[in-house]
Design a protein around this ligand. Structure first.
Ligand SMILES: CC(C)(COP(=O)(O)OP(=O)(O)OC[C@H]1O[C@@H](n2cnc3c(N)ncnc32)[C@H](O)[C@@H]1OP(=O)(O)O)[C@@H](O)C(=O)NCCC(=O)NCCS
Length: 166
């Protein structure tokens, strides 16, 4: 995929971010949300992020936002202050074309620059694309929670993957 620009998200990106995310809420198991987010909820979310340890970044292709990724606190306790959870969503029309890889790599670089120590990914076990993407960028499986999520009438396992940053 060519003409990719990765940059920090702005409020102008929030409708595109919501479109990408809400499609996954409706049709995918990568998010446990059952209801689409409103723009107001997304604005509040962006306001809670954006310091150097919780960046929100987007990937543009030919000037159109086709993916976003961000870091959030893994557990909101002092002892976990050097750990963050990553999240990444690519527009359905652009998946499997090599966009997730540079976007997640950029997010990892931001985590390293912020001197974080560990990144965690919490991935539904049937999500082969996300597991593969994280493996390719140095994450290893750290645990598996059997049937701890429920969506679309099924119990689903969750895989936790983690990467210690250099
Ligand atoms: C998971 C996701 C972010 C991956 O991004 P992507 O742009 O589709 O992935 P890429 O094209 O960069 O491919 C990354 C790697 O995953 C592999 N991959 C991509 N789609 C795959 C699929 N459906 N099944 C298996 N492997 C897949 C690619 O082959 C590549 O590995 P390789 O370099 O060894 O060949 C994207 O598919 C997505 O947004 N899915 C829905 C939301 C989601 O699952 N988010 C993650 C929540 S934990």
């Amino acid at each position: 995929m060519k003409n990719i620009v990765i940059r920090d998200a702005t409020t102008a990106d929030l409708p595109a971010i919501n479109d990408i995310y809400n499609a996954e809420v409706a049709t995918g198991t990568s998010t446990w949300d059952g209801e689409p987010w409103t723009l107001e909820e997304r604005e509040a979310w962006l306001a809670r992020h954006g310091d150097d340890t919780t960046p929100v970044i987007v990937a543009e292709v030919n000037g159109v936002v086709r993916g976003f990724a961000y870091l959030s606190w893994y557990r909101n306790k002092s002892g976990f202050r050097f750990t963050r959870e990553d999240s990444i969503y690519i527009d359905p029309s652009c998946r499997g074309k090599g966009l997730g890889m540079p976007l997640l790599a950029a997010l990892i670089q931001r985590a390293q620059a912020a001197r974080l120590h560990v990144l965690v990914a919490v991935i539904t076990a049937d999500n082969e694309a996300s597991i593969r993407l994280h493996q390719r960028l140095g994450f290893e499986e750290s645990g598996r929670l059997r049937e701890c999520g429920y969506k679309f009438g099924h119990w689903l396992d969750v895989v936790e993957m983690s990467k210690i940053l250099e």
